[in-house]
Design a protein. Structure first.
Length: 299
């Protein structure tokens, strides 16, 4: 039995990864794929599970699409997996993109396009990693010929039914520049006031933030709590990381110490009162694919 680690990011990548997870053990019965949406339950820390799976895996597959070329998660896993697995056994699977589109750590791995002959080579690579369990080359080729039509049909159906997640992928710098444009067009309202928040958790947050000196004497701040609604623990961690990177880069936003929060699905921040709506709009615009609730005090 060998473990195959399948990494994905985005809806199309996830569906393709799920198809591979189902297909591989049918074609090569000694293969056990690891695919996180099914293999990590909510409440289990994905870092622990990731470390365990990486230590057991003999092959790593990265499902790459136009939507996830800039995925921080894929690059993080690529860096981690390259330390645990022979680079010859790590492959990027390309759907709608070319090898030249890949940058960073992922560009150093063997690229496999969605074509029969290239998938045959990938299949042979996985079989060769099977050690004593591997099939003789001629047998493996016959097995591939038998099972390829099923995978080819399913992947083509997934691609045909997929609707792009975004027409344009905006960078964090785009968001920062948008917020700065709002800032230049707005004068700071030093007389702005703040109404006490109705949420007790927000009241507690505001009192603590005042105590540690996060509020300027002459400018008003409002507390904001972002709650992630995703039920998948691994995806919550990824979404939270993406949001934190964006928030750290924004002017007029201060992060409340995350280690002080007992809720892994929440991010607490302070925002300039007279710029709160622009900042919140920018966050939603930058991360339209993240299902979140933003709790702000009512003026």
């Amino acid at each position: 039995m060998i473990h195959v680690f399948i990494s994905w990011s985005g809806q199309l990548s996830r569906e393709v990864a799920a198809a591979l997870r189902d297909w591989l053990p049918d074609a090569l019965q000694f293969v056990k794929p690891y695919f996180s949406p099914n293999d990590i339950e909510k409440g289990v820390r994905w870092e622990t599970m990731l470390t365990e799976e990486l230590s057991k895996s003999s092959v790593g597959l990265f499902v790459m699409t136009k939507e996830n070329l800039g995925s921080k998660w894929l690059h993080f896993e690529a860096g981690a997996i390259s330390k645990s697995i022979d680079r010859a056994h790590v492959c990027t699977l390309l759907f709608g993109i070319e090898p030249t589109d890949i940058e960073g750590p992922l560009s150093g791995f063997q690229a496999t396009k969605f074509e029969k002959d290239e998938f045959r080579r990938l299949f042979m690579t996985i079989n060769a990693a099977g050690g004593d369990s591997k099939l003789p080359e001629l047998n493996a080729d016959r097995v591939f010929e038998k099972w390829w039509p099923e995978l080819d049909k399913r992947l083509n159906e997934i691609i045909a039914n997929h609707e792009p997640e975004r027409a344009e992928i905006r960078s964090e710098r785009d968001l920062i520049e948008e917020i700065l444009r709002h800032v230049r067009n707005l004068s700071l309202d030093r007389s702005s006031s703040r109404s006490p928040p109705s949420n007790p958790r927000l009241t507690e947050f505001l009192n603590i933030s005042d105590f540690i000196g996060m509020r300027d004497a002459d400018r008003s701040w409002v507390p904001v709590v972002i709650t992630l609604k995703n039920r998948n623990a691994r995806e919550v961690e990824i979404e939270k990381e993406d949001l934190l990177m964006t928030l750290k880069a924004l002017p007029h936003v201060k992060l409340f110490p995350q280690e002080d929060s007992n809720n892994v699905d929440q991010i607490e921040i302070l925002v300039r009162a007279n710029l709160a709506q622009q900042v919140i709009t920018g966050i939603r615009s930058e991360h339209p694919d993240i299902n979140m609730h933003i709790d702000v005090p009512v003026s």
